[in-house]
Design a protein around this ligand. Structure first.
Ligand SMILES: NC(=O)c1ccc[n+]([C@@H]2O[C@H](COP(=O)([O-])OP(=O)(O)OC[C@H]3O[C@@H](n4cnc5c(N)ncnc54)[C@H](OP(=O)(O)O)[C@@H]3O)[C@@H](O)[C@H]2O)c1
Length: 333
């Protein structure tokens, strides 16, 4: 049995779902891969809980859920006031997981890689702005840098492009990458106004209280930028042309539906070009997704057209991508 030390940054929705998956699958990982994952630190914005012998994840979840912040945990554990940068240097770990929403996390990703630690993340901005630097550093040091959950949650589109299709030249990708906009557009087809559909998405926890990232197309733009980096070459988000769904009316959505089509926020990724915009999609297209599904249609020179469709959001689904990357990293170490 190989023990793999894990340092977890971020203990919000995804962080807690990852902890839940690690608890639930402990035996499965031991039996299938001969790996014992030991979480040696957990961080939120209040502090870092660090125990080299391994933290009791059930207790950590209980503390976070009842007290709201890790720094309130005072009995058996030391709570440190490390910055993420100090924590990745100080804490001995084999795999660092970043499931924070820290936009500047690329700085400590780079430090973790320089320290020889594998890094697994669901956090998009580091990749959408610093892909070349981060992946370059990881390759130079032969350290895993894995980010499946940044695009399409646990649906393995990154793995498909990065680890399969290695002999194919990708010609283009069309994809629906943001579930919140799909939800809003579907509700508008049923007769809600944009504002009503947005409010409903917020009340169900599908859209954030500040919904701009989703409805202005920024989230889809980050993801499309990451797809470009993987399928073609590094590019940064500021090169993407992004238009969201804010200007679309109920009348427009319903007229398109009456013609047997549907409007979806579609990302088009071609060599040197990333575009996100609302587009009419035929109802029999793989891009005519519903609910929390995402889809990508990848065109390559040898394989032709390949469609991948699956969950694009959700906590269990995002945890699937993160945990799969952790296992991948552990097997490579
Ligand atoms: N939710 C999804 O379905 C989904 C899907 C794919 C990708 N993602 C991405 O996954 C990440 C996490 O999403 P989430 O929904 O779990 O967000 P969240 O609930 O807001 O949780 C973010 C967590 O990160 C912590 N945090 C922020 N900055 C930090 C820092 N510098 N050091 C240590 N901890 C820090 C927060 O601490 P506090 O608890 O103290 O606030 C919180 O625990 C985001 O980047 C998101 O875009 C989410």
């Amino acid at each position: 049995m190989r023990a793999i030390r894990v340092s977890l940054f971020g203990f919000g929705n995804v962080g807690k779902a990852v902890a839940g998956a690690l608890i639930g699958k402990e035996r499965f990982f031991r039996e299938k891969y001969g790996i014992a994952l030991k979480v040696v630190s957990i961080s939120d914005t209040s502090g870092v809980v660090w125990l080299p012998e391994g933290i009791d994840l059930r207790e950590a979840l209980l503390v976070k859920e009842t007290l709201g912040r890790l720094s309130a945990w005072t009995n058996d554990y030391e709570v440190y006031e490390f910055s993420p940068m100090d924590a990745v240097k100080e804490i001995e770990a084999d795999v660092v997981i970043d499931v924070t929403n820290d936009k500047n996390a690329w700085r400590w990703h780079l430090t973790a890689l320089r320290e020889g630690k594998a890094l697994v993340t669901s956090n998009k901005p580091p990749l959408a702005f610093h892909y070349a630097e981060l992946v370059g550093e990881a390759e130079k040091r032969n350290v895993p840098y894995l980010f499946e959950a940044t695009v399409m949650a646990g649906t393995p589109v990154i793995g498909l492009l990065r680890e399969n299709l290695l002999g194919d030249r990708v010609e283009g990708i069309e994809a629906v990458l943001n579930a919140t906009t799909t939800f809003i557009l579907s509700r508008m087809e049923e007769g809600r106004t944009f504002e009503e559909a947005l409010k409903e998405a917020q009340s169900l926890g599908i859209a954030e209280r500040d919904p701009d990232g989703d409805i202005l197309g920024i989230d889809a733009g980050y993801k499309a930028t990451i797809l470009h980096c993987v399928a073609f070459e590094p590019i940064t988000f500021d090169k993407a042309r992004v238009k969201g769904i804010a200007g679309i009316t109920r009348g427009e959505v319903q007229r398109v539906r009456a013609r047997g089509k549907t409007i979806r926020l579609v990302a088009t990724v071609e060599m040197g070009k990333v575009t996100v915009e609302p587009r009419e999609v035929s109802l029999d297209s793989p891009l005519a997704v519903e609910s929390h599904e995402n889809a990508a249609v990848i065109k390559t020179d040898l394989l032709g057209e390949l469609a991948i469709k699956g969950a694009g959001a959700g906590l269990k689904e995002t945890a699937s991508g993160v945990v799969s990357d952790v296992i991948k990293a552990a097997l490579r170490l």
